[in-house]
Design a protein around this ligand. Structure first.
Ligand SMILES: [Zn+2]
Length: 266
């Protein structure tokens, strides 16, 4: 056991047995998950599977952020919410569901739209951030906050039948940031699922990949999707991976402080 990690009790050894059985994860990996703090931005289509899987896996502290309320048209894909929580803030509805699933997990619900200063403040307090938002402005603001605080960022997107996932491990000097791959532009036309539609299980697929990558980064196992963009076309059910590098001219991450000035690398 690492210093600072609490040993598992009997109920936890039972609850997490199928993860502990994995050699790559084991008891120490489980202890790391229980000690981890994670920020989930968005409690909608992607945030639902992300939050459910991370709570089920015993990620000890979840910060669930969303300023929207649960609507009937959300329930086709946002599996965190119920008929009984229609009209409630999604963060609060989600908090109730996660708390009912796993009392080991401390869930904090934040019903607010975070500005850049708040994003940075929160990113500095957590071990990992999951971008489950639905617009470019938020994605870029969150990326800037994660670059500044060197917080690993697991980013997902889904619209119609197309989904994408990538991991930006900003503790590492060689990791690209979100802006390296998707430079910010004013003229980008944004597709919103309110007007274009989205296949319900697609957000489950993308969100589940995000949750798996988050668990990998938090426990240090395997090879996370750093410098790789995983895309899925659910209509043909084809998955593709493209590789990409850090942009040495990137206005967001090129001039950041070296790793020694921030949190330790992993
Ligand atoms: Zn960059």
């Amino acid at each position: 056991m690492k210093p600072g990690l609490a040993p598992l009790d009997d109920a936890q050894l039972m609850r997490y047995a199928r993860h502990i059985l994995l050699d790559e994860l084991g008891i120490e990996g489980q202890e790391r998950l229980l000690a981890a703090r994670v920020l989930i931005l968005g409690a909608g289509g992607l945030g639902s599977p992300v939050a459910l899987y991370l709570a089920a896996a015993g990620v000890g502290s979840l910060l669930l952020v969303d300023d929207d309320r649960v609507e009937l048209s959300n329930l086709q894909r946002q599996v965190l919410h119920r008929m009984s929580t229609l009209g409630e803030p999604k963060a609060v509805s989600g908090q109730q569901a996660l708390q009912a699933l796993n009392p080991d997990v401390r869930v904090q619900a934040l019903v607010e739209r975070l500005d850049e200063t708040r994003l940075r403040e929160l990113a500095a307090q957590v071990d990992l951030v999951l971008d489950c938002s639905d617009n470019f402005a938020t994605r870029h603001a969150l990326n800037r906050a994660c670059v500044a605080t060197r917080t690993p960022l697991v980013s997902g997107a889904a619209i119609k039948f197309s989904g994408q996932v990538s991991v930006y491990d900003l503790r590492r000097d060689d990791s690209p940031c979100y802006h390296c791959l998707f430079p910010e532009a004013d003229d980008v036309e944004e597709l919103r699922c309110a007007t274009t539609g989205v296949l319900g299980p697609l957000v489950g697929m993308v969100g589940s990949v995000q949750a798996a990558e988050a668990i990998k980064v938090l426990t240090g196992m395997g090879e996370p999707l750093v410098g790789r963009l995983l895309s899925v076309d659910a209509l043909r059910m084809q998955w593709h991976t493209i590789r990409f590098r850090r942009d040495p001219e990137c206005p967001v991450c090129a001039r950041r402080a070296p790793a020694s000035a921030g949190r330790s690398g992993g």
